[in-house]
Design a protein around this ligand. Structure first.
Ligand code: FEO
Length: 409
């Protein structure tokens, strides 16, 4: 096995590893870019992968983000070792994988660009390019490389409409574009089985899936139908780990998430607050649920980004929304969380409401209206509504709401 660590600007970041004979994973962590797609905070960073197959033909699959382009370029040069590049496959045109496209096309003018028409059109949109040396592929087309052969599997909207995957037939390797990736740096690891994935990466894998692909569950299910019966020994995403064992684990997670099924029994409480009184009531509820043995997560939207709420709304079967009334509606944090939940197609969940308002409580009605736009959402219990702070004479109502939630799980 060939392993090269490439110091760039004093960092040991890029890591190129031969994951199968003549198949190289070239990947690097980015710890410096705190926002993904300009919208999603990634406090634990992210990683980018591209792949190179050296067979009778040399074939590069995708590039990387601008943040790790020097590392990518260094790894590509080292892995090629002076060989010419014959093919350049682009599976996904999102710029977090396309930062090296222009340079690859300029540096390897004889390499044939292999991609689909949608990608080709996006090359013009993003980079003003219409390469003449290109081969259009359609769903199911094959590209022989020698001993290895790539078969293209179109996977529209997993995550963009132009996305395709490349299945390497002899090694049973699926180069899966964004699918099966995760947020968070890998810190030298390459394979998922080198990590305690459940403990250390599942939350960020879920937040990644639910906030970038979550609304396209049907497209993920379409992909599963398409590859049903196809033997897969290795998953190679553009972010995160290479999966070489226990593939059923991550495939199973994607199946649950894309069906909008409940992954785990429990409750996520999403809570806005102005002066701490609403979150105090939410914490009391969380305490009762915890005492009853119910797994409960509370997100305080004053400091927690809505992407964490979306992620746990996919995870758990019950959602509690707690909010003060703010300008006769709900505060921006709660509005944003509910909008994100609707956008990412959260559905098939039970929900409960806690509304606060100092002179005219209205937040519970606004939240109810926003939730009603989501599919198959069933309310559990009566909304708990109080003025300014929860008094002792309403603790019974809180207890009743908790009992209703517990009974529904
Ligand atoms: Fe990682 Fe859809 O790009």
């Amino acid at each position: 096995m060939l392993i090269c660590n490439h110091p760039v600007d004093g960092r040991m970041n890029g890591r190129s590893i031969e994951i199968a004979e003549g198949v190289f994973r070239m990947g690097a962590d980015d710890r410096t870019e705190p926002i993904f797609e300009g919208s999603i905070p990634i406090p634990e960073g992210v990683s980018y992968n591209s792949y190179l197959i050296l067979d009778e033909k040399a074939c590069l699959l995708d590039t990387c983000d601008a943040s790790v382009l020097p590392e990518f370029w260094d790894m590509l040069g080292a892995a090629l070792g002076g060989r010419r590049l014959d093919y350049f496959v682009i599976d996904h045109m999102e710029p977090d994988h396309g930062a090296g496209i222009v340079k690859v096309l300029e540096s390897f003018p004889d390499a044939v660009l292999v991609t689909n028409k949608r990608v080709y059109d996006m090359l013009w949109n993003f980079y003003g390019l219409k390469p003449s040396n290109w081969k259009e592929v359609k769903d199911g087309d094959e590209l022989p490389l020698g001993r290895r052969t790539l078969k293209f599997v179109f996977a529209p909207n997993v995550h963009w409409p132009e996305v395709m995957m490349a299945y390497e037939v002899s090694g049973r390797i699926l180069f899966s574009a964004d699918a099966f990736g995760c947020f968070k740096t890998l810190d030298g690891k390459v394979y998922a089985d080198e990590a305690d994935f459940d403990m250390d990466y599942l939350d960020e894998a879920r937040r990644y899936y639910t906030n970038i692909v979550g609304k396209y569950g049907q497209n993920v299910q379409n992909l599963f139908k398409k590859v049903e019966g196809v033997p897969i020994d290795m998953l190679c995403p553009l972010h995160g780990f290479v999966w070489r064992s226990d593939l059923g684990y991550i495939l199973g997670k994607y199946d649950v998430w894309s069906r909008y099924d409940v992954e785990e029994k429990g409750v996520v409480i999403a809570c806005a607050s102005m002066y701490g009184n609403t979150v105090k009531a939410a914490e009391e509820l969380a305490g009762i649920l915890r005492d009853a043995g119910v797994k409960t997560v509370l997100h305080d939207l004053r400091t927690v980004h809505p992407t964490y709420v979306v992620s746990d709304a996919f995870r758990f079967g019950n959602i509690v929304l707690a909010s003060p009334t703010y300008n006769n509606t709900i505060p921006p944090g709660m509005a944003s969380a509910l909008e994100d939940m609707a956008t990412m197609a959260v559905q098939n969940r039970r929900y409960s409401l806690i509304g606060n308002g100092s002179w005219g409580p209205a937040s519970h009605k606004v939240m109810e209206e926003r939730v009603s736009a989501m599919k198959n959402m069933v309310r559990v219990g009566e909304p708990l509504v109080f003025k300014s702070c929860l008094k002792d004479d309403q603790k019974g109502e809180l207890r009743k709401l908790a009992d209703d939630i517990i009974a529904s799980i």
